[in-house]
Ligand binder design. Structure first.
Ligand SMILES: NC(=O)c1ccc[n+]([C@@H]2O[C@H](COP(=O)([O-])OP(=O)(O)OC[C@H]3O[C@@H](n4cnc5c(N)ncnc54)[C@H](O)[C@@H]3O)[C@@H](O)[C@H]2O)c1
Length: 365
């Protein structure tokens, strides 16, 4: 069960709405602030997609959804939240303004997570004058309501206790928190993705393959391996009986061969953008983004479901987590709605606040 009592989402675009969906579908009340007049409609679209995906995971019924409130200001949105997730556009000046305001009005013991794809938390928490120690990066992957991974990164002022509480909070809504040991730009996931993206841009620009062929090379080949074993375990197996050492001896020398253009970046001009955008339109065969989102969600649920049956029924990788998460949601769905008094009492006894209030020691190094 979730240990989050009340959540606030600041920013309700692609990622913010994904957080809202995951939280509401876990029965948690969310207050959202987004100045976009279209925000309610956009969040509604994402909620529709998320409900549809969760119904496939839980054919016997979903848990009672949390209540969504659209706040008029950041102050109103965060006033009584114990978990706040910031998902505004990736600009440091904007992150500073928004985080300063969250910090000013949020309860002192609330955890603040930022969805940033690559800005270091140390560079963001300087704007928080009251409690910078409770900021963590909580970097998710789209669609947030389905993909379990969240990279947690602390800054120089972040207390280790805040990282621990954040980890528990994310895990309690079915996620797989991975704490990144050292603070770097783009963390781990986006650093890897950026490397692959650079190579992909070269391959298209140089006319080696089209965007569709490149995607086929991923999804019919190593993409399937990555989804269930990652990179290193796959290579270990690829080394045959001698395992990783043999694999490294065999492929180590290629690092010196011209197998990569990684150090060089193609000029990102209109010509390259047109080339990729046109090929991408052809690849979509007229399917709209919303239709593609449905296909993506169905595929993700099917992959995680298939993985949940592996390993003698115990589940494997993301599938094992998926199995536990769907069990947790089914239990929540089966629970009779508690009377509001009983619910309030139950919430008041949850340990999160006491734990979050504690942070005193500064993170070393
Ligand atoms: N799109 C992705 O795949 C992805 C993945 C992981 C993390 N992220 C990160 O998540 C964050 C949000 O990205 P996104 O893709 O959802 O962007 P987006 O443009 O879809 O959404 C941003 C939202 O923030 C709102 N906003 C702007 N100013 C605001 C303010 N002052 N207060 C509150 N809301 C405000 C906008 O109206 C918009 O709805 C970024 O930091 C991004 O790097 C994005």
């Amino acid at each position: 069960m979730s240990i989050i009592n009340k959540a606030a989402a600041i920013g309700g675009g692609v990622i913010g709405a994904g957080w809202v969906a995951r939280l509401l579908l876990n029965g948690i009340d969310v207050s959202i602030f987004d100045p976009d007049p279209e925000a309610a409609r956009k969040v509604g679209e994402v909620m529709k997609g998320a409900r549809r995906a969760y119904k496939q995971m839980l054919p016997d019924g979903l848990p009672k959804e949390g209540k969504l409130t659209f706040a008029k200001t950041i102050a109103d949105a965060v006033a009584d939240a114990d978990f706040i997730q910031e998902s505004v556009p990736e600009r440091l000046d904007l992150k500073h303004r928004v985080l300063a305001e969250i910090d000013l009005y949020a309860p002192a013991n609330a955890i603040v997570g930022s969805s940033t794809s690559g800005i270091k938390p140390t560079d963001m928490q300087v704007a928080m004058k009251k409690h910078p120690e409770r900021l963590v990066v909580g970097h998710p992957f789209n669609p947030v309501y389905l993909l379990p991974l969240v990279e947690i990164v602390g800054g120089q002022q972040t207390f280790p206790e805040a990282i621990e509480v954040a980890k528990e909070m994310y895990a309690s809504i079915g996620m797989k928190p991975v704490v990144i040991r050292k603070e770097i730009e783009a963390f781990v996931g986006d650093r890897l993705l950026e490397a692959a993206w650079r190579e992909a841009l070269w391959l298209i620009k140089d006319g080696i393959c089209t965007v569709e062929e490149l995607d086929d090379i991923m999804r019919y080949g190593f993409g399937l391996r990555w989804a269930q074993m990652g990179m290193f375990q796959v290579y270990r197996v690829a080394g045959g009986e001698a395992g990783m050492r043999h694999f490294m001896a065999q492929f180590g020398p290629c690092l010196k061969w011209p197998w990569t253009k990684l150090m060089d970046v193609p000029e990102f001009n209109d010509e390259l953008v047109d080339l990729i955008a046109t090929q991408s339109d052809d690849q979509a065969h007229g399917l709209s983004i919303r239709e593609l989102e449905k296909i993506r969600d169905d595929n993700l649920v099917a992959i995680m479901d298939a993985l949940s049956k592996q390993n003698k029924g115990k589940g494997w990788g993301a599938g094992a987590l998926h199995k536990d998460y769907t069990k947790q949601l089914a239990k929540l769905a089966a629970k009779k709605p508690a009377s509001s008094k009983a619910a309030d009492k139950a919430k008041a006894t949850k340990p999160v606040k006491a734990k979050a209030e504690k942070p005193k020691k500064k993170k070393k190094g």
